[in-house]
Design a protein around this ligand. Structure first.
Ligand code: IFM
Length: 491
């Protein structure tokens, strides 16, 4: 069995499936952009008619955003009745995170959200993607909601609307209530139903103010980092459990989509990190290996949600007695494939497969050793999704890189590498849109420097520098650059 991981080195060559620009449905794509975009209420306020310096103008109504997640920025780990999550447990376990870093304080966004909202306004953001902390809403993951937790998110979304920024809320960005982990975590089918209850609470509390919902952030990362490699919470190395976990995450997604439909309003979809998987050479063995790896990296997550089937090659590879195969109940795939309104794509790195099924590196990496910098992979991912799954509206909800940014003596942060990275990836995004991909919006990961999971605070992913000892925010050079991109609707 080929088991993908995020930390392996990687390596070279041709797209597994060559993007077919002519076949990506440009009519449907353009319509999707125009119909779905432009959701900033004062859309024209931040725009200029100036021609972007590089000549790459995005379609009218294209929405520019930035993203964060609750545990990575909020801090306030014990405030207002918040319960513990698996990440509190994991980060407080000696040896699990770099320097023993935790999200106890993080960027203190829970207390400084108003200042952060002003930063977003100053950037000209049209969309802000954040996540809701399940243990703030239900300390133990079940039962009556904690109103003080919900009130925080109410204040946040109200503050976004006041500044003309559209909220995009993720229901689950990995902070499972520890009590539910103690009851079996995502290995337990019941947790998917608890998630649907939690989603229903959140929809009823915030549904009138949040037009776009994302269900589960990167289920693959939970599966691979949390259950295969064990360097994320809950720290397991159990391949059999891992793919059952994938199924229950999918089930939770489908139940949440159904719950939103029952409450009435809003659009909803999954947030999937997708990685193009290329053969490292021209051999048929490498092509086969890349195809199977693509099954584990991409189709295992796309297919059940968008086609109602698990990829047969992955099921065959896992075997008929796998816990995944045995865990699929009648009706599950119908629930999982409840139609979604959009698909959120997160792109960071490609993989290159040798004939013996190993990954091998080809491009330079960022400060994160798992991330090869390959902007064309963005184009390949976006066009591939449209080609293989139809013109489902897309949003890019994460794209970015870490760098060892420092505050200079003049009080500025020069992260020119981030500008190069974003410029090159946005050029690939622009090409995909021009070729008919129905992309509505793009979000940089991340708005702020934050707690990068097991890598702690060493990696800085933000457009805005956070001086952790003082919690002072300093927009980096990339933030000033991104502001101009937003204002010009292009680059
Ligand atoms: O920081 C993470 C985020 O939480 C999920 N996607 C990848 C980012 C960078 O590793």
């Amino acid at each position: 069995m080929s088991m993908p991981t995020r930390r392996q080195p990687h390596g070279a060559a041709l797209p597994a499936t060559a993007p077919d620009a002519a076949g990506t449905g440009s009519d449907a794509g353009t319509a999707g952009v125009e119909a779905g975009g432009g959701n900033r209420s004062d859309d024209t306020a931040s725009r200029t008619d100036e021609t972007p310096a590089g000549g790459l103008r995005f379609p009218p109504g294209f929405v520019w955003g930035a993203a964060t997640s609750a545990y990575q920025i909020e801090g306030a780990a014990k405030d207002d009745g918040r319960g513990e999550s698996v990440w509190d447990t994991f980060s407080h376990t000696p040896g699990r995170t770099r320097n023993g870093d935790t999200g106890d304080v993080a960027a203190d966004h829970y207390h400084r959200y108003a200042e952060d909202l002003d930063l977003m306004r100053d950037l000209g953001l049209g969309s802000y993607r954040f996540s809701i902390s399940w243990p703030r809403v239900q300390a133990d993951g079940t039962g009556a909601p904690n109103q003080r937790g919900l009130d925080f998110y109410r204040r946040l979304v109200d503050g976004l609307h006041e500044r003309g920024i559209t909220p995009m809320a993720t229901l689950f960005h990995w902070d499972l209530p520890q009590s539910l982990q103690d009851a079996g975590g995502w290995e337990s089918r019941d947790v998917a139903h608890r998630f649907a209850d939690y989603a229903d609470i959140v929809f009823r509390a915030l549904g009138d103010r949040v037009p776009v919902w994302l269900t589960i952030n990167e289920p693959k990362t939970v599966v691979q980092n949390g259950y295969l490699e064990g360097h994320h919470a809950p720290g397991r190395q159990d391949p059999a459990a891992a793919y059952l976990v994938a199924h229950h995450l999918h089930l939770a997604h489908g139940l949440a989509v159904a719950a939103l439909r029952a409450t009435g309003s809003g659009r909803i979809g999954p947030a999937l990190n997708l990685h193009p998987c290329y053969p490292a050479d021209d051999s048929p063995e490498a092509a086969r290996a890349a195809r199977l790896y693509d099954g584990y990296e991409n189709r295992l997550y796309l297919d059940p949600i968008l086609t109602g089937r698990y990829p047969q090659d992955v099921l065959d590879d896992l075997g008929p007695d796998s816990r995944l195969a045995r865990g699929i109940h009648d009706g599950d795939l119908a629930t999982i494939s409840t139609p979604v309104d959009l698909l959120a794509v997160q792109y960071y790195t490609p993989y290159y497969l040798t004939g013996d099924g190993r990954t091998t590196p080809r491009w330079p990496t960022s400060q994160a050793p798992w991330q090869q910098i390959y902007p064309d992979g963005m184009y390949d991912v976006l066009t591939r999704v449209t080609r293989d799954y139809g013109p489902v509206p897309l949003t890019v909800t994460e794209n970015g890189l870490p760098s060892p940014d420092t505050l200079g003596p003049d009080g500025t942060v020069d992260d020119s590498g981030r500008i190069t990275f974003l410029r090159d990836h946005l050029a690939a995004v622009h090409r995909a849109v021009a070729d008919g991909v129905p992309l509505e919006s793009y979000h940089v990961w991340s708005l702020l420097d934050n707690f990068e999971w097991d890598a702690g605070y060493e990696q800085r992913w933000g457009l805005v520098y956070v001086d952790y000892p003082t919690q002072r925010r300093v927009p980096k050079r990339s933030a000033h650059w991104y502001r101009q991109v937003i204002a010009a609707n292009g680059l």
